[in-house]
Structures are given as C-alpha cells and as structure tokens.
Write a protein that binds this ligand. Structure first.
Ligand code: NAD
Length: 421
C-alpha cells in the first residue's frame, strides 16, 4: 500500500485517531474535521512591464472557538488549498496545546518568489491583503510570515490593511520588522522554544546535553538558530547539519562560523572544510543522541524510520515524520516529540508580538524569553502527564497523540461551553 501523503488527509487521520482514543463527541468531531471558513481569491497585481497578472490566494480559518485565527502566509508555486487546510488545522492544535488565546488559520498565494522582483512582491502582498481584508483583523484572524514570505512583506501587508481601515492596525499581522512594532525575540523564538523543550526532555531521560551528539537537518531560520542555541546555551556538540544540497558530518563537532563561510562561498554547507559529506538520507540515520529535523515535511517515512534511532527526535520542522514512521519510531522506543509541541515557540513569539501591539507596551528580550520558557515547559509537562495518565488507564499512546488529545480536548470544551454542540 502506498503511504498517504496528502497533508489534509493526514491531518484528518490524526484527528480521527485522537477522537477515537478520547471518545470525542460525534458532533464535536464533525465540526473539527473541516475548516470553519475557506476563502479563495483571484486578484490582479501589477508586474514590472506595467501589465497586471492574476494570482490565486487562500485564507483558511480552521477554528476560532478559543480566539482569533492565527497562521502564516506562504508564497509557493505549488501551493494548494489542501496544504493550506492541513496547515490551518495544525495551527489550531498548536495554539491550543500552547494554551494561548488563538484559534488556527493559514494562508497562501500561488507564486514563485524567485521569479519576482521587489516591486512585484510588494504589489502582490498589498493586492492579496486587499482581497482578504474582510476576513482578517487583530480580533478576527492574524497572519504571519511562513515559507518564502518575509518581515518586509508583513510590513507592506500591515500598511495596506491600515490604509483600508484609515488608522494604524499594527496588531493585524505578526512577524513584522522592529521599526513597525515587531517584537524582540520573535526571530529565533521557534528554535529557542524547541530547545527549552529539549532541555526538559533531556532532564527526563537523564541525558547530559553537554555530552550529547546532535544532528540537524536544515540550515535555514529554524536549523541555524537551533545550531547556535544548542551549542552556545546548552553545550551540545553538533556533529552533522545539512541543507537542500546535502550535509556534512564531523564526529568532533562542527563550527558554525566555518559553516556560515562555506554556505556564503559555495552555496551549501557541503563546502565546509573538514569532516565528510553526507546525504540528507544518511544524516537522518547517523548514530546520534538527538536528531533535529528542521527542513521540510515527510523526511522520516515508512522506508527509513526503522533505521532512525536517536534517543530524542525533536521535530522542529512541520510534518517531518509521516504517520507510518510515527508508529515505527514509537515501537522502537524513540522519544519523538511532535512538531506542534516542539516548534510552537514561533507562534508563541507571534502571540507575544500581538499582545504588545494591542497594549502599545513593549517587553525586554529577557522578559520575552522567560515567558516563552514558562509556556513551552508547561506544554511539554502537560504532554508527558497525559501520556502517563493514559498509560495508567491501560492505553499506550505516544507524545503526538497525547498532544492531540490535550489540544483537541481544549477546543472541543470551548465549543461545548459556547453552545456549538
Ligand atoms: P528556511 O526556508 O529558512 O530553511 C529551510 C532549510 O531546509 C534550508 O536550509 C534548506 O536548504 C533546507 N532544505 C530544503 N529542502 C531540503 C531537503 N530536501 N533536505 C534537507 N534540507 C532541505 O525555513 P525555516 O523557517 O527554517 O523552516 C524550516 C521548517 O521549520 C519548516 O518545516 C517550517 O514550517 C518549520 N517552522 C519554522 C518556523 C520559523 O519560525 N521559521 C516556525 C514553525 C515551524
């Protein structure tokens, strides 16, 4: 049988499994299996030759029982409504697990940013916001950057929305540059949140992080910050890292400065002087204590999961482990910490930015990090406690399912209390 990789079907399968374990009310499940609102827009944007081109964009509000929608905007040539729906579902569970006052949503525009210049990107960003302006707002649905969208684009989008409303609405979008009231700390909050969770997991498994060998897949925002924080803050030895072209391995540990130089000079971490080259597949199967997938989805699947045996698998990327691999990893005793727990620091950082925008009062970097630590540490402990609680009832579940049960349970309770079922 070919493994199911349609992201929205995977999201539904995971929800169905959680619903069955927790005996979720049928009406609650019916409400939660589909997004509440799916918006598809066709809009014109002016190109460099002075002519307009038509673009297609999406904004999906999955659920708002616990607060406004929250989720990024992706610019991708192969963006589909199914991907956006799946990501909006996962945002709902992520915000609920973090216990922050948000529902879940996601957006996207089908376009190839590599073929567009700055003016075209600005025109598309503004035109997309005009097309979806009725469906977003600080109390309605709050977008943020995601794949191939940047803080500058968020600034243009906030500006366009403010023009429509005829006053400044900084809190309509997060991930903005600091000049227009972005937040200190937001940039690396995904990796930092993930590593606070790693600290807790290592404590639980009695792993000394100073002696731990770590491999990271991906050298972008998430992977790069994961490297610097893991090595500088927790003293881990990073023995392997990769980008889309492949990776490099050195059992003595890699040097971040030299990796940056290699990337700058040769376009890839494979240009690193020292160590040996490894493919992305080989990197995942290295004998390490901690493996951090921080690149793209479906990297650990039915075909390779049996050979992947770190003590802790920290899913910093979204969806790096397929449902089939999930089962294999659990059977092999790998502590696989799920994406919507591990990378929740990103949306928590966005939440902090939004709170500060709403109040017009700004925190220090130290306050930001401390509050982030409190939230993710609590989420991790909630997940472990739920796993234990089910084990005591004779139901063996993995951390992903425990996280689902908490997140879905909270959204269902909010819907119930509001009288939705
Ligand atoms: P990015 O675009 O900055 O970096 C992605 C990295 O992955 C790059 O180094 C790229 O070379 C590498 N890559 C691409 N294809 C690859 C392949 N086939 N094999 C190995 N590496 C490959 O993206 P990012 O912001 O670092 O996001 C990485 C992951 O983390 C994504 O799944 C994203 O959804 C998730 N995430 C990021 C944030 C955030 O705040 N940046 C928040 C939540 C989740």
């Amino acid at each position: 049988m070919v493994e199911e990789l349609d992201p929205f079907k995977i999201a539904q399968q995971q929800l169905d499994e959680a619903a069955s374990i927790m005996n979720l009310d049928k009406q609650a499940l019916a409400l939660l299996r589909e997004p509440m609102q799916t918006v598809i827009v066709n809009f014109p944007a002016k190109m460099r030759d002075g002519k307009t081109r038509t673009f297609r964009g999406f904004r999906v509000l999955y659920n708002n029982a616990r607060g406004p929608g929250k989720g990024g905007i992706r610019y991708h040539p192969e963006e589909t409504i199914e991907t956006v729906k799946a990501l909006s579902a996962w945002m709902t569970w992520k915000c609920s697990l973090a216990n922050i006052q948000y529902g879940g949503s996601k957006g996207g525009v089908i376009c190839d940013t590599k073929k567009l210049n700055e003016t075209e990107l600005e025109n598309i960003s503004r035109a997309y916001i005009r097309a979806i302006s009725k469906f977003i707002g600080p109390e309605v649905d709050v977008p943020a950057p995601d794949v191939y969208t940047t803080p500058q684009m968020m600034a243009w989008m906030m500006d366009e929305f403010s023009r429509i409303k005829e006053h400044n609405v900084f809190g309509v979008i997060t991930g903005k540059p600091l000049e227009v009231w972005g937040s200190e700390g937001r940039n690396d909050s995904t990796a930092l949140g993930g590593l606070y969770i790693l600290r807790e997991a290592a404590k639980m498994k009695k792993i000394d992080l100073k002696k731990a060998k770590v491999a990271i897949q991906g050298f972008g925002n998430a992977g790069h910050f994961a490297f610097s924080i893991a090595s500088e803050m927790f003293g881990c030895k990073i023995v392997a890292i990769s980008d889309s072209q492949g990776g490099v391995y050195d059992e003595k540990g890699l040097d971040l400065k030299k990796l940056d130089e290699a990337k700058e000079k040769t376009g890839s971490v494979q240009g690193y002087k020292g160590g040996k080259k490894v493919s992305n597949e080989e990197l995942l199967e290295l004998n390490v204590d901690i493996l951090i997938p921080a690149a793209i989805e479906n990297q650990i699947h039915g075909g390779n999961a049996a050979r992947i045996k770190p003590k802790i698998l920290l899913e910093l990327a979204n969806g790096p482990v397929t449902p089939e691999a999930d089962k294999i990893l659990s059977a092999n005793g790998v502590l696989d910490l799920p994406d919507f727990l591990v990378n929740s620091g990103g949306v928590i950082g966005s939440y902090f930015e939004w709170i500060q925008n709403q109040q017009g009062y700004y925190w220090t970097r130290e306050e930001f990090d401390k509050k982030l630590d409190v939230i993710v540490t609590k989420s991790f402990k909630d997940v472990m406690a739920t796993q234990k609680e089910y084990a005591e009832k004779g139901k063996k579940i993995n951390p992903r399912m425990a996280a689902y049960i908490i997140a879905v349970g909270r959204v269902a309770s909010a819907m119930k209390t509001r009288g939705w079922y």
